[in-house]
Structure formats: C-alpha cells, structure tokens
Design a protein around this ligand. Structure first.
Ligand SMILES: *[C@@H]1O[C@H](CO)[C@@H](O)[C@H](O)[C@H]1NC(C)=O
Ligand SMILES: *[C@@H]1O[C@H](CO)[C@@H](O)[C@H](O)[C@H]1NC(C)=O
Ligand SMILES: *[C@@H]1O[C@H](CO)[C@@H](O)[C@H](O)[C@H]1NC(C)=O
Ligand SMILES: *[C@@H]1O[C@H](CO)[C@@H](O)[C@H](O)[C@H]1NC(C)=O
Ligand SMILES: *[C@@H]1O[C@H](CO)[C@@H](O)[C@H](O)[C@H]1NC(C)=O
Length: 330
C-alpha cells in the first residue's frame, strides 16, 4: 500500500516535471519579429491559385498564417520549423502550396538567413529567374525548386551554397546550366548527395570533375541535352544508388568501370546513342532492381553475367541490335 502510494506520488511528480519542461521548451521557439514579418511579406507577395500546383493533394499552406489564435508565433505556422533554442526559422516547406507569381532578389524570403531546408517545389513562379539573392541562404543543406516554372540561366550565386547536400531543380522546362555549367557546379557543391537536374538544358558533355562529387547517392540527369561519351571515372561514384542519364545525346561505349557502382538499385540509360556490347562487369551490379538500356545502339551477345542480377525486377533491352542466343543463366 505504502509502496504504491509512493509510486503514484512519483508518477504525478514526474508528469508535472515533464509538463513544465514541455512548456519551457515550446516557449523557447517563439519566432523573431523580423522573420515573422519576412514570412508574412513573402506570403503577401504571391497569389493563391489552385492551378499553380500539380499535386492532387496540394492546398495553400499559407492561408492560416497570422490568422491562428497564437499568430505571433510563426514557428507554429504550417510549413515553418524553428530551431528550438534560437527560435530562428530553419525549415520552410511550401511545396504544393498553390503559390503563384514572380519572385526576385527583393523577396523577403531571402531574409530568412538561418534556413537549412527549403522547398517551394510544385508552385508557379511564372517563369522567374532564380534570384541571385539565393546566396543569402548560405546555411541551406536542402533546396528544392523543382516543378515551379523557373526559367533562365541558373545564377552563379547558387553555387556559393557550399553546404548543399540535396539540390532539386528538375522539371522547370526552361532552366539552363551553361554559364556557369555543370563543371563549376561539380567544383563547388562538393557535399551533394542528391542532385536532380532533370529537364535543365546543360548542353555539354559530362565533366571529369563530376567524379569529385564522391558523396553522390542520387544523380538524375534526364533530358539535359548532354552529349559526348561517359568518362570511365564515373565508375568512382560508388555511393550511387540511382543513376538516370536517359534521353540525352550520349554516344560511345559504357565504360567497364560501371561495374564498380555496386550500390546501384536503378540504372536508366534509355534513349541515347550508346553502342558496343554491354560490359560483362554489369554482373557485379547485384543490387539492381531496375535496368533500362532501351532505344540505343548496343549490339552483340547479351553477357551471361546479367544472369547473376538476382534482384532485377525491371529489365528493358528493347530497340537495340543484340544478337545470338540468351544464355540459360538469364
Ligand atoms: C521585384 O519584385 C517586386 C515585387 O514583385 C517588384 O515590385 C519590383 O519591381 C521587382 N524588382 C525588379 C528589379 O524586378
Ligand atoms: C540578406 O540577409 C541580410 C541579413 O543577414 C539582410 O539584411 C539582407 O536584406 C538580405 N538580402 C536580401 C537580398 O534579401
Ligand atoms: C522536391 O519536391 C517534389 C515535390 O514536392 C518532390 O516530389 C521531390 O521528391 C523533392 N525532391 C527531393 C530531392 O526531395
Ligand atoms: C539548349 O541550349 C542550347 C545552347 O544554349 C540551345 O542551342 C538549345 O536551343 C537549347 N535547347 C532548348 C530545347 O531550348
Ligand atoms: C577535384 O578535387 C581535387 C581535390 O579536391 C581538386 O584538386 C581538383 O581540382 C578537382 N577537380 C575538378 C575538375 O574540380
């Protein structure tokens, strides 16, 4: 009896402690006035338009900003996350938020200098250039501007964001990475693990410097107007999990060194002008689930080593010039 009373007392006491700790910690993340008004001004600089976002579950996340009961704490607004100790806004997720309108370097978005994570993907910025003031957000490790109707040359200021680990500029239609180009990007953004430039007009070959991005796990370069041959040094990027080089103008053989990419799960070389035989080293890619080599000029006998790809679920070799019998291992 005595013992359970003590336990009950301890339980109640601990619950109170937890409750007050919780209060104290949530109070600390009260947002700063300048960031509060920067967010509001950013909201007001754009219109809400349902057709600005493509995702079926899109809705305007900013609608209730400043209308909630405790509206002075922007850290509690939808899509906003603050550092619990400093109260600075460190994450902003306004993806698929039906935002419509143009944006330039005067936008108060660039006052949020503590941001580490920013997504404004799947909105419609009406063909705006990516503002050069993006370099104000020097702490960014994650930036997602995909599918947001940006156009023009990607500014060199973006390459100053040296902490970036994930950069998604895909599906904007009219973006260019030419001056500076992919080579400069590879020299400067050396911490990238995820790089998606699908649909960005790069119009160059793959620079040797790309292999300096040794942390890369996801590399998507679909439909980038890339040309030339694949440097064998690409085989050094052995942390790659997904590689997509489809729908470019690459030609020549696939280097034997591709066999070193043994963490690859998906490899897509669809619709290029690759030729030669499939290197037998592909047999080492034993994590592959998805392999698409279709619509190229590969020829010869399909190597028996492909038979050791036990995890393969999707294999497309169509529209090439293979001959001979399939080995029984396949
Ligand atoms: C930047 O955008 C603001 C607000 O949309 C606009 O008033 C201003 O004229 C623009 N500045 C430039 C240089 O385009
Ligand atoms: C960049 O951030 C500083 C605060 O550190 C701010 O004063 C300045 O206006 C910002 N620049 C732009 C272009 O937003
Ligand atoms: C970027 O945002 C889009 C839309 O929300 C999402 O589908 C995509 O996975 C994001 N990219 C990265 C690299 O997280
Ligand atoms: C891509 O850029 C090149 C070089 O600037 C240009 O000639 C070509 O027309 C562009 N392609 C498209 C589809 O805009
Ligand atoms: C690759 O990295 C090395 C060492 O960090 C550097 O010396 C070299 O210039 C880089 N290569 C390119 C093409 O960026």
């Amino acid at each position: 009896m005595g013992l359970s009373l003590i336990s009950l007392f301890t339980f109640v006491f601990l619950s109170f402690l937890l409750f007050f700790f919780h209060l104290a910690s949530s109070r600390q993340s009260f947002c700063h006035d300048n960031e509060h008004s920067a967010l509001l001004q950013f909201k007001e600089s754009l219109a809400i338009d349902k057709s600005a976002s493509y995702d079926a579950s899109a809705y305007p996340k900013t609608t209730h900003w400043n209308l909630e009961e405790d509206s002075s704490d922007c850290c509690s607004w939808e899509g906003v996350k603050c550092n619990e100790d400093t109260g600075y806004v460190i994450e902003l997720d306004l993806s698929s938020s039906c935002l419509y309108g143009s944006i330039n370097s005067t936008s108060t978005l660039f006052n949020l200098v503590h941001l580490q994570w920013l997504s404004i993907a799947d909105n419609d910025f009406d063909g705006s250039k990516i503002p050069s003031a993006i370099n104000n957000l020097s702490k960014l490790s994650h930036l997602n501007l995909s599918f947001s109707v940006f156009s023009g040359q990607i500014p060199s200021e973006m390459l100053e964001l040296s902490k970036l680990e994930s950069l998604d500029l895909s599906k904007n239609g009219l973006l260019q990475l030419q001056q500076p180009g992919l080579e400069s990007l590879a020299e400067k953004l050396t911490n990238l693990k995820v790089l998606d430039l699908s649909g960005v007009n790069i119009s160059s070959s793959i620079p040797h410097g790309l292999t300096n991005l040794s942390a890369l796990e996801f590399l998507f370069l679909e439909s980038c107007e890339l040309e030339g041959t694949i440097p064998s040094s690409l085989g050094n990027l052995n942390n790659l999990i997904r590689l997509d080089l489809s729908q470019n103008n690459f030609w020549g053989i696939i280097p034997f060194s591709f066999g070193n990419l043994n963490n690859l799960i998906r490899l897509n070389l669809f619709r290029n002008n690759f030729w030669g035989t499939i290197p037998s080293s592909f047999g080492s890619l034993n994590n592959l689930i998805y392999l698409d080599l279709s619509q190229n000029n590969f020829w010869g006998i399909i190597p028996s080593s492909l038979g050791s790809l036990n995890n393969l679920i999707h294999l497309d070799l169509s529209d090439n010039n293979f001959w001979g019998k399939l080995h029984t291992s396949i």
